[in-house]
Design a protein around this ligand. Structure first.
Ligand code: NAD
Length: 362
């Protein structure tokens, strides 16, 4: 998608930019469009707080099924979202979803350590898959997930909602088109202050795959890769712990540097003991700053000290509608498995560099 700043604002305020086009085609031809059906796998806070509400706003996909291990949740969700009994699955009978024509897509919203298994089982059931970020706990798992989807002939999207978010897209465009010159330096941080709920899977290595780097830092990695429009070649990293009694199984705070072929270095931070969420790009003529950069919005983009006023969108609705269009039109997925895989390559290099104290090639 290409937008100059004026046409970008016009198209987002009219609807969803290029996403509106196929719908117009349907109305011209007089066909009635069938919405795809999606099942949410895992009914935790992101499913309940963001995805199910977003699915009330989507144009091309609707909530038709759920997969849960908790009977009370199944009952509540069935009532609230009018889910048919035959479209409610448990983790045990999940594979039989293959026989359900009302479910085209499964959306894996489980702890990170379960992403690979449920993506692969979903693909083997013949369903298109959206899998939450981080894609998995390792590069090897990401490769297995991509291979399983390819073998089954289904599409795979990673829940990188910001690849469809107008402020982030505009930041990427300005960088790509070198609107104010070549990039010389990049900084990004993403962190939150964890206060309680220490039993949560996020604080345990086996299900989380790591600490804030997996959960929050992945956004900085992703933002930097897209601002740069290229992959880093090497990484250095440093780990710190100001709450040693709490952070025994996972890291608390990480700084890392991403080295690019051009000589540019991106300096990044993530933590479960701080509050941050920004992406800043410096050129020889200007700086561009997204802050907040990674939350659910409204987000704010400053270019050369001036705010670029971009209308807020529902990130999750736009992301899921885009995937539905990819399926309906058989087009390439923007937030592809390769995106998730490339982020995991950087994550593995960061952990290796932090442990060894050495510069690690990606
Ligand atoms: P959560 O803890 O609120 O929900 C996890 C769900 O998994 C729960 O319903 C839980 O019952 C279920 N589950 C099944 N087996 C489990 C097990 N063995 N241990 C623990 N839970 C189990 O988590 P969440 O915040 O909804 O996060 C889920 C996924 O979504 C994560 O991968 C996270 O990174 C991702 N996420 C993405 C965004 C985003 O903006 N894209 C935002 C939040 C979360």
């Amino acid at each position: 998608m290409h937008f100059d700043r004026r046409s970008f604002i016009r198209s987002t305020s009219l609807g969803l930019g290029s996403l509106a086009l196929p719908k117009d085609i349907f109305s011209i031809t007089g066909q009635t469009e069938k919405k795809l059906g999606i099942a949410l796998v895992g009914l935790g806070s992101y499913s309940a707080g963001r995805l199910a509400p977003a699915l009330q706003e989507t144009e091309y996909i609707k909530l038709t099924g759920i997969v849960t291990g908790t009977p009370e949740k199944a009952k509540d969700w069935a009532e609230k979202y009018h889910i048919k009994t035959e479209n409610i699955y448990t983790y045990e009978n999940y594979d039989s979803i293959k026989d359900n024509p009302e479910i085209d897509v499964v959306y894996i919203v489980l702890p990170n350590g379960m992403h690979a298994e449920y993506t692969i089982r979903g693909a083997q059931a013949g369903k298109h898959v959206i899998c939450e970020k981080p894609m998995a706990n390792s590069v090897r798992e990401c490769e297995e997930m991509i291979a399983a989807c390819k073998k089954a002939g289904v599409k795979l999207q990673i829940g990188y909602r910001l690849l469809y978010e107008p402020n982030n897209m505009e930041m990427e465009r300005i960088c790509r088109e070198k609107e104010y010159g070549d990039i010389r330096a990049v900084e990004s941080s993403n962190a939150f202050y964890a206060r309680d709920d220490w039993d949560n899977w996020r604080f345990h290595h086996e299900l989380a795959g790591g600490g804030p780097l997996m959960d929050m830092g992945v956004y900085s990695i992703h933002g930097v890769r897209h601002a740069m429009g290229s992959e880093p070649v090497a990484i250095t990293a440093q780990s710190f712990n100001t709450r040693k009694e709490k952070f025994t199984d996972i890291e608390e705070t990480l700084y890392w540097q991403m080295y690019f072929d051009s000589g540019v270095v991106a300096n990044c931070m993530t933590s479960y003991s701080a509050r941050a969420g920004h992406l800043q790009v410096h050129t020889d003529q200007a700086s561009y700053r997204l802050e907040p950069a990674f939350g659910y919005g409204p987000l704010k983009l400053m270019v050369k000290g001036e705010e670029v006023k971009i209308p807020h969108t529902n990130h999750q609705a736009v992301q899921m509608d885009a995937f539905a269009r990819n399926i309906l039109d058989n087009t390439e997925v923007v937030a592809s498995g390769t995106e998730g895989l490339n982020d995991l390559k950087v994550i593995e290099a960061i952990y290796k560099a932090a442990k060894s104290g050495e510069k690690v090639m990606v």
